[in-house]
Write a protein that binds this ligand. Structure first.
Ligand code: SF4
Ligand code: SF4
Length: 328
């Protein structure tokens, strides 16, 4: 039996986890999604209705226009493409010369009303970051639902035909996350460079698919992942496993240090995981923040210290993990 006492994340660090100048806005447009994956930390799905309002969307567009320090606008969800404000935000970011990322589940292009997305992405040079948790059909369908693997393959071929993965401005990245554990035999994601090579060889050989980068992402125990682990009585053991692989070298590179995560109501968090766990960012005066407050202050840099919790061990275990894959 494992001893399941967890060291508070904050005491594991040598110094406070400070914020740097903000360069990335990650906007979570809402919880609507055509899929309902078992590992989804957002608990998104077809029955969810929460999404960005026109008012918050306008504020975000103003923020994007006013603050040149924003280099990347990263759109996530749910399926961001299904939620209000998706195209206006893409276009605001594009017109101001920022990189736009869409975290796409690929299968959305085959739903009614969304067939124009691949061409739209290409026209706007949107960087597509797409989940493909494994290159084997059975594993993907088990995590994401029946038929998801085949649709994902068709979508990747479609993106390739448009030049994705081949042309300089049309970047296509894939995301791998490990299967959820079924017993106390926990493991971290395989080494990113080697796995990327395996993915590239397999997808090229079997489906003639090319892509740019593979990002390996650890299952951070929040949302549906946390509920699953609790149901299986593996939650405490998994946290302890993550803590036992804590790697100090990852801390310098954590994504929460130079990004703001924004929810569909305009509230500000240090990252998407904190957003899902209702742990808001705190300004240096102790106040919580909203997009309206950032506009009023004319600044994104109002936070000194990142809010942390035990699940931060998910980002700092082994090679580390972020929305852009391994950290070291
Ligand atoms: S993991 Fe992504 S595709 Fe799956 S339900 Fe969540 S938001 Fe949708
Ligand atoms: S969950 Fe990860 S990204 Fe979020 S605050 Fe913790 S370490 Fe940073």
């Amino acid at each position: 039996m494992l001893n399941t006492a967890i060291t508070p994340f904050k005491s594991k660090l040598n110094a406070p986890l400070t914020k740097r100048n903000i360069a990335v806005l990650q906007i979570n447009l809402g919880k609507r999604c055509n899929l309902a994956c078992t590992h989804c930390h957002v608990e998104a799905g077809p029955k969810r209705t929460e999404e960005l309002s026109p008012e918050i969307c306008e504020q975000l567009i103003e923020l994007i226009h006013r603050l040149p320090q924003i280099q990347i606008v990263d759109l996530t969800g749910g399926a961001p493409e299904m939620n209000y404000g998706f195209k206006p935000l893409v276009e605001a970011a594009r017109v101001t010369g920022k990189q736009v990322i869409v975290r796409s589940n690929l299968t959305i292009y085959f739903e009614n009303g969304f067939g124009d997305l691949p061409e739209y992405f290409a026209q706007n040079h949107v960087r597509v970051v797409a989940s493909l948790p494994c290159y084997l059909a059975d594993n993907v369908d088990r995590m994401r639902g029946n038929g998801v693997f085949d649709s994902s393959i068709k979508a990747l071929q479609w993106l390739n035909q448009l030049g994705y993965g081949k042309e300089r401005n049309l970047i296509l990245d894939l995301v791998y996350n490990p299967q959820l554990p079924t017993s106390e035999k926990f493991s971290l994601a395989p080494e990113q460079t080697n796995l990327q090579q395996d993915y590239k060889m397999f997808l090229q050989e079997h489906f003639d698919i090319v892509f740019n980068n593979l990002f390996t992402i650890t299952n951070v125990p929040v949302g549906r992942t946390k509920m699953y682990l609790e149901r299986k009585k593996l939650y405490a053991g998994y946290l302890q496993f993550l803590e036992s692989h804590f790697n100090h070298n990852t801390v310098e590179h954590l994504m929460c240090r130079d990004e703001l995560s924004i929810d569909y109501l305009g509230n500000i968090y240090d990252c998407d995981f904190n957003q899902m766990m209702n742990l808001p960012a705190k300004a240096h005066n102790g106040e919580t923040l909203t997009v309206a407050k950032l506009l009023e202050a004319g600044s994104l840099d109002l936070i000194n210290e990142v809010q942390t919790a035990a699940y931060c061990y998910g980002c700092t275990a082994g090679s580390g993990s972020s929305c852009g894959g391994a950290l070291v």
